[in-house]
Design a protein around this ligand. Structure first.
Ligand code: BG6
Length: 497
């Protein structure tokens, strides 16, 4: 395993320090990086929240969260004693100009170290918090700010947030996070495509029949139903995670690994996406929403049941959000012209499974003509989760006498087996990149806004055409409309139902 290089001494300020993201992802990721020796003595994690409590009370919550969210056997009481020494809590109200004194005091005298500000809050607070840092004179030369996705809920709100944050921080101090860019397999896509001569000449029109990208989740919206109700899968998953996967899969080779070289190429893909608007939404997009069903033999509630429980508590009304989206998109450039890219993502699907499948074309002429020798086209599968790896399927002759019989076989590489190490969670990688000041794995302003513009067109199309969500039973692969989307083109989703 490569040697881990420690980062410089830092203060990491987490707004939303008591929230779900901090507890489930950020603190466990920091715990791991600390345990692996990447954090120098004196570094501090300062959680910020509105709830009034002292350090001891906060640390109790963190201790419980780590025990619940770290992998099996990863919580170690001895290491927890050391880790907790880094963590403290400050009460602050980002929207109240008088609410910054505690944080100011905590940061005073530490101006020369890395100061990373992580906003694990609603996007509406990004601008006001950036302003608060500026007004309180807390932005140092080594400061950087991390914006959790989604940045806004459409291109106009994203631009407004970017403007407001951009008045306080330079673009190279702004880290717009999309945790899919921190996933090992997503980065491996770059290694696979640009570290090998094999694939690049075959990557596109003329050889590739189509591409499928699936991000299927087993979990439902659960406690996040109020958020999901106004967001939906298109904004929550497609605008960011899936668009990033499309970009990395489809982009031209960048001239280097330099942050702007990669981001320039991703931007070109986003700008080449064929718009899907009022005239195309019905034929090219499917929206779905799960009803009660069963996953792995366990009964699970429907979206409306989850919404109803929130309605009783908070009076939330149904905004018609989808929990599933499937679509067919096209990239208008030489490489991808005429090659459909199918996307699907949804909650409460049959299993947790994320994969990019590049399906190659049939051989132009088969010399194996009878039925026992039917040829399957080659396929490259890049598995993101749960078992990260790459599989290339091709035709081979069955061994032995008895005729020239062909069968599809696979070269299957599981990264975990090949490298024999625990895979780091995406947030571990990304937090270290923030502390190092490396923006390559983060989204630039123009990328985020270009992705939103394309998504805005679909949302407007849905609204104008009144396209409703189709029901699907939890524990299936989504609504029938999704299968029909590919059926019409003579194709089917993989894995098949
Ligand atoms: C988040 C979405 O960004 O990604 C969630 O807001 C989703 O709704 C999650 O569940 C999926 O991430 P992962 O890493 O589990 O695929």
């Amino acid at each position: 395993m490569a040697k881990l290089i420690p980062v410089d001494v830092f203060d990491l300020v987490i707004f939303g320090g008591t929230g779900d993201l901090a507890m489930r992802k950020l603190l466990p990721a920091l715990y791991h990086r600390h345990r692996d020796g990447q954090f120098p003595e004196g570094s501090r994690i300062i959680a910020v929240g509105r709830q009034d409590m002292d350090d001891a009370a906060y640390l109790d919550i963190v201790g419980q969260a780590l025990q619940a969210n770290l992998g099996e056997g990863e919580f170690d009481a001895e290491h927890w004693e050391r880790f907790r020494g880094l963590v403290s809590y400050v009460v602050a109200d980002a929207l109240n100009p008088d609410g910054w004194a505690g944080l100011r005091q905590r940061l005073e005298g530490h101006e020369d170290r890395t100061r990373a500000i992580y906003l694990a809050t609603a996007p509406s607070l990004f601008g006001p918090i950036a302003d608060g840092f500026s007004a309180n004179g807390l932005i140092t030369e080594r400061s950087r700010i991390v914006l959790e996705k989604p940045v806004g809920h459409d291109s106009a709100s994203a631009a407004a947030i970017n403007d407001q944050v951009g008045r306080c921080f330079r673009e190279n101090q702004i880290f717009r996070i999309d945790h899919y860019l921190g996933k090992e397999t997503v980065q491996n896509l770059l290694a696979l495509r640009f570290g090998n001569t094999l694939f690049e000449p075959l990557w596109g029109r003329g050889v590739v029949d189509h591409v499928q990208i699936t991000v299927a989740e087993r979990l439902g919206v659960g406690d996040r139903v109020a958020f999901y109700n106004t967001t939906g899968a298109l904004r929550d998953m497609v605008q960011n995670h899936m668009m990033q996967l499309v970009c990395l899969m489809a982009m031209e080779p960048p001239s280097s690994l330099d942050h702007d070289a990669i981001r320039d190429e991703k931007l070109k893909v986003l700008r080449a996406l064929k718009p899907i608007g009022f005239d195309e939404v019905r034929a090219n997009t499917v929206r779905g929403r799960y009803s009660a069903g069963a996953i792995d033999g366990q009964a699970v509630p429907g979206y409306m049941d989850e919404l109803a429980s929130q309605q009783q508590k908070k009076g939330v009304t149904d905004d018609g959000a989808e929990t599933f989206v499937a679509m067919k998109l096209e990239i208008d450039n030489w490489r991808w012209s005429g090659v459909p890219i199918y996307l699907r993502t949804g909650k409460r699907l049959k299993t947790k499974h994320s994969e990019i499948i590049v399906q190659f074309q049939d051989v132009p002429h088969s010399i194996f003509s009878d039925k026992t020798r039917a040829l399957e086209p080659n396929r490259l599968s890049i598995r993101l989760q749960p078992d990260e790896g790459v599989e290339l399927s091709f035709m081979a002759k069955e061994p032995g006498p008895g005729g020239f019989n062909l069968r599809q076989v696979a070269l299957d590489l599981s990264f975990e087996e090949a490298f024999g190490i625990r895979y780091h969670d995406a947030y571990e990688r990304l937090l270290v990149e923030v502390l190092r000041g490396n923006t390559a794995l983060f989204m630039r302003r123009d990328e985020v806004e270009a992705a939103w513009k394309w998504v805005d067109g679909i949302i407007a199309g849905w609204e104008e055409s009144g396209q409703k969500t189709e029901n699907y039973v939890a524990g299936t692969w989504g609504p029938t409309g999704a299968s029909m989307l590919l059926d019409r083109d003579g194709r089917s989703w993989l894995p098949e139902d």
